[in-house]
Design a protein around this ligand. Structure first.
Ligand code: MG
Length: 290
């Protein structure tokens, strides 16, 4: 009898753990679409109907299914000729000296990074640069070029970084014939995930990152309830396919990355000063829903 009681206690405990686990998983799930289907007989034929969240599939009435807003696309960059942003983007750097006003150092003061030949260039020991405007989840387009004069190796060669929300680094590095740890080469989510492939161009050539980032979400206690996700294209090639970031990307020691630390819903975009004169251009952001 006593053994049965103990066994019963553990069964109840296990169930509680399973149920609690399910409940916490459900917290992070997106709402599932409501799909309804039915059939009607028209001209003696059975026609199938479907609504998704109350909207009929192939609905033509814009009052019931509004058409998407019209966006004028930008132009792609080609070699030394920089492209342009789509019409609904927040343009942070368009190759004009006036665009420098969109940036400050991390203390909110005038940056010491320089404007040179239509690009924004890092100056050694000037510190990170950050956008005045703050962003959360977003689509980001940014172009960069490591120095044409190759100096040093590994993490010392053409190092910079694109920091979403000033926190989560997509590594910038001259990674052509430059051996370093895989989770620290160009396109890596620093210390957390290597790029799926190495699509690096020659030093000095312009390279693109197209990033779809969804910010992490924290509860009031500062605990993570939804992790950040990344989709990243490097020079048009997919290198992170909806990756669920397991923590921070900061330096946590030679073999460790930092953990998530709760932060605001919107923060500046930062570019890293790692001591190398890396150039940036054609930087634009489209804010997204979380
Ligand atoms: Mg870096």
């Amino acid at each position: 009898m006593k053994l049965r009681t103990i066994a019963g206690f553990f069964v109840v405990l296990s169930l509680a753990i399973v149920l609690t686990g399910c409940a916490s998983e459900q917290k992070t799930e997106y709402a599932k679409p409501v799909i309804k289907t039915w059939t009607k007989t028209i001209d003696e034929k059975e026609v199938r109907y479907m609504t998704i969240d109350g909207v009929m599939v192939h609905e033509k009435d814009p009052a019931k299914q509004p058409l998407p807003p019209i966006v004028t696309p930008g132009t792609p960059s080609c070699g030394e000729k920089a492209g342009t942003a789509p019409s609904d983007a927040v343009v942070l750097f368009d190759g004009t000296p006036e665009a420098m006003k969109n940036w400050t150092n991390t203390r909110g003061e005038k940056t010491k990074w320089i404007f040179a030949d239509g690009a924004l260039e890092c100056v050694k020991r000037s510190g990170y640069i950050q956008s005045k405007e703050k962003f959360g989840s977003c689509q980001l387009h940014v172009e960069w070029a490591s120095p044409v004069n190759v100096k040093r190796d590994g993490q010392g060669r053409g190092n910079s970084g694109v920091f979403l929300m000033g926190q989560y680094e997509v590594q910038v590095l001259d990674s052509l014939n430059n051996i370093t740890y895989a989770d620290g080469q160009a396109g890596a989510l620093y210390g957390r995930k290597k790029p799926d492939v190495n699509v690096s161009r020659e030093p000095g050539q312009w390279q693109t990152y197209d990033i779809v980032f969804h910010r992490p979400i924290f509860n009031k206690a500062g605990e993570i309830v939804k992790r950040a996700t990344f989709v990243v294209f490097h020079n048009g090639v997919l290198i992170h396919d909806y990756f669920d970031l397991s923590g921070g990307t900061g330096w946590g020691g030679p073999h460790a990355a930092t953990e998530y630390v709760a932060h605001a819903d919107k923060l500046p975009l930062k570019l890293q000063d790692h001591g190398n004169p890396v150039r940036f251009r054609n930087i634009w952001v489209r804010p997204l829903k979380d």
